[in-house]
Design a protein around this ligand. Structure first.
Ligand SMILES: NC(=O)c1ccc[n+]([C@@H]2O[C@H](COP(=O)([O-])OP(=O)(O)OC[C@H]3O[C@@H](n4cnc5c(N)ncnc54)[C@H](O)[C@@H]3O)[C@@H](O)[C@H]2O)c1
Length: 361
């Protein structure tokens, strides 16, 4: 099992555990992190029937009284209506400040459960048990909670850290393959911006990166977790790392918006990473060989290099609304070699448009 402990301002700590089959010992970990006598598991309609009952049994065997709240799966249910319904159930279950909220599911469950934990009774202890690859490597770390509001993504939310994150990679075996690939995009992103060893590992083994290869998957997940963890923890010296995590996301978010959110996040980020690598190549920061290595890895992961049927002008319009852009200038992430990246303010909207239109470096 891999373990990482993050310390945040105010001395809040977050213990992150990554391993294969570690849910077996979940009651011990929950007991160590939050001295609660009761817990409420918030899960969704896809994940709950597979994992919630055995989790509940293990908690109860350890003397923790547990209940399950199941919300309907899907991004459309990440909203205040769902939150209100959960508040109602918490009241009926007599949840008090000693009740630990356990979010068991993908990023939708994690964001919703985190929001509920941070607001109900002004804050309940929170544990994340992420079951999608994206949630394990990204959304369960960093303390962002929230729900969508009137069509605006994550418009209402809080910062609230979980005391404990248990990422059991066994749970990924039931994840639909396209959801798995979605998470692989974030692993590749982390390797490209900050971890040349992970990049080399992925180059050698991306075709074997699946739940059946526990050691490889655990290593890839944990390395990615460490990069996200470093970028969000209070003792992080290099504050630019958080911005470097936006690699592929400026253009990727533009693609998602221009497609009316019909393109999956991981696919949009993959196309965004290729476009950003192409700009890096054009600016002579990245060698042709390294561009091809990044391109090949993304392609071998089953991710698209380009999203068809989207007008680059619509992508540019969407990017212009990005709140990180001031006076047409943005901090844009460029690559110098796999594992090394930098922030540039020299990238223009015209360069972005060309990078989306072009086929090759
Ligand atoms: N808080 C953050 O920092 C942060 C970061 C990135 C993304 N997010 C949010 O995360 C969400 C996306 O997360 P996601 O990709 O996990 O989506 P998701 O939670 O919708 O999960 C994807 C699908 O997989 C199912 N699923 C999850 N785990 C499963 C398992 N083990 N077996 C079978 N089915 C399983 C879910 O029910 C769902 O249908 C978005 O709402 C996004 O805004 C938050």
């Amino acid at each position: 099992m891999h373990e990482l402990n993050l310390i945040f301002p105010g001395l809040n700590t977050c213990r992150i555990l990554v391993g294969n089959g570690i849910l077996r010992n979940c009651a011990t970990y929950v007991g160590e992190s939050a001295a609660s006598q009761s817990a409420i598991i918030i899960t969704d309609s896809n994940v709950g029937h597979v994992y919630a009952e055995s989790l509940l049994r293990r908690l109860e065997e350890a003397g923790i009284i547990a209940n399950i709240i199941t919300i309907p799966a899907g991004e459309n249910n990440k909203n205040l209506k769902t939150v209100t319904e959960i508040y109602g159930q918490l009241a009926r279950l007599y949840a008090d400040r000693g009740t630990t909220i356990i979010g068991l599911g993908g990023g939708v469950v994690g964001d919703t459960a985190g929001f509920v934990a941070s607001t109900y009774l002004r804050g309940l202890p929170l544990v994340h048990i992420p079951t999608s690859l994206l949630a394990q490597v990204d959304s369960s770390i960093g303390g962002k909670t929230g729900v969508n509001f009137e069509g605006l993504k994550n418009q209402v939310g809080t910062f609230y850290h979980a005391a404990l994150v248990i990422s059991d990679t066994v749970t990924l075996s039931t994840l639909p393959p396209n959801e798995f690939t979605n998470g692989v995009a974030e692993i590749i992103k982390s390797a490209v911006i900050a971890d040349s060893e992970l990049f080399t590992l992925l180059e050698a083994s991306i075709d074997r990166l699946h739940p059946g290869k526990a050691d490889l998957l655990d290593e890839a997940v944990f390395r990615t977790v460490k990069i996200k963890g470093q970028s969000v923890s209070g003792d992080e010296k290099d504050t630019s790392l958080r911005q470097l995590l936006n690699f592929g996301h400026t253009i990727g978010h533009g693609i998602e918006t221009a497609s009316g959110l019909s393109v999956r996040h991981g696919e949009a980020i993959a196309a965004g990473m290729i476009a950003a690598a192409r700009i890096s190549r054009k600016m002579n920061l990245l060698s042709s060989n390294d561009f091809l290595r990044i391109r090949s890895l993304i392609s071998r992961a089953g991710l698209p290099l380009k999203i068809g049927g989207i007008d680059p002008e619509d992508v540019i319009q969407a990017i212009k609304h990005d709140k990180k852009i001031k006076n047409g200038k943005m901090n844009f992430v460029l690559i110098t070699e796999p594992g090394n990246s930098l922030l540039s303010r020299e990238v223009t909207l015209e360069m972005i448009k060309m990078s989306i239109l072009e086929e090759d470096a």
